[in-house]
Design a protein around this ligand. Structure first.
Ligand code: AMP
Length: 170
C-alpha cells in the first residue's frame, strides 16, 4: 500500500515555507491505518521493552495501538501544565523561540526499558528532549520509532547511538 500517497501535503502550514505532512487522511482510511500500525507493531514485536512512551498529540495516536498490541503500558509525554501529578520537564529550542515537554516523575523507574514513539521525525528537537526526559529518570531508550521521517531535515544526526526506525521516509 502506498502510505505516502495517502498522507496529505499541506503547503505553507503552520507558516509559509513548511510543507505539513497531514496524517489525518491516513488515520481516516481504516485499511491504511491498520496496515501501517501492523508494520510498526511487527517491527518491535521481539524488542525487550517495558513501556511505550509517546509525545502529545499525534504520537499518542501511533503509540497507543502499539502499546495495546504489544501488551505494554503507555506513558504520555505532554505539553506543559497538562499532567496532574509531579512532573519533570525539558526545554528545547525551536526555529523561533523554545518549547517544553513534561512527564510524570514516577512514570519511569531506573532501568525501565522504554520504546519512544512519535508520528514524524523532522529536525529531531522534540524527540531529543523526550529522550532526555526518559534518561533523567534513569530509563533506557531501547528504540525510537516514527511513522514518517523527513530525511532532508537530518533529525537522525541529533540521535546518534540510538536505535531508530521510521516506516516511511521522504
Ligand atoms: P522536530 O522537533 O523538528 O523533529 O518536529 C517534531 C514535531 O513537529 C513532530 O512531532 C511533528 O508532529 C511536528 N512536525 C514537524 N514538522 C512537520 C511537518 N512538516 N509536517 C507535520 N508535522 C511536523
Amino acid at each position: 500500500m502506498d502510505f505516502k500517497a495517502i498522507i496529505r501535503d499541506i503547503p505553507d502550514f503552520p507558516r509559509e515555507g513548511i510543507i505539513f505532512k497531514d496524517i489525518t487522511t491516513l488515520l481516516k482510511d481504516a485499511k491504511a491505518f491498520q496496515e501501517a500500525m501492523g508494520k510498526m507493531i511487527e517491527h518491535y514485536r521481539d524488542y525487550d521493552i517495558d513501556y511505550i512512551a509517546a509525545i502529545e498529540a499525534r504520537g499518542f495516536i501511533i503509540g497507543t495501538p502499539m502499546a495495546l498490541e504489544l501488551g505494554k503500558g503507555f506513558i504520555p509525554i505532554r505539553k506543559p501544565g497538562k499532567l496532574p501529578a509531579e512532573t519533570i520537564s525539558v526545554s528545547y529550542d525551536l526555529e523561533y523561540g523554545s518549547n517544553r515537554i513534561e512527564m510524570h516523575k514516577d512514570a519511569i523507574k531506573p532501568g525501565d526499558k522504554v520504546l519512544l514513539i512519535d508520528d514524524l521525525l523532522a529536525t529531531g528537537g522534540t524527540i531529543k528532549a523526550a529522550v532526555e526526559l526518559i534518561e533523567k529518570l534513569g530509563g533506557e531508550v531501547v528504540g525510537i520509532g516514527f511513522l514518517l521521517e523527513l530525511q532532508f531535515l537530518k533529525g537522525r544526526e541529533k540521535l546518534k547511538g540510538y536505535d531508530i526506525f521510521s516506516l516511511l521516509q521522504e
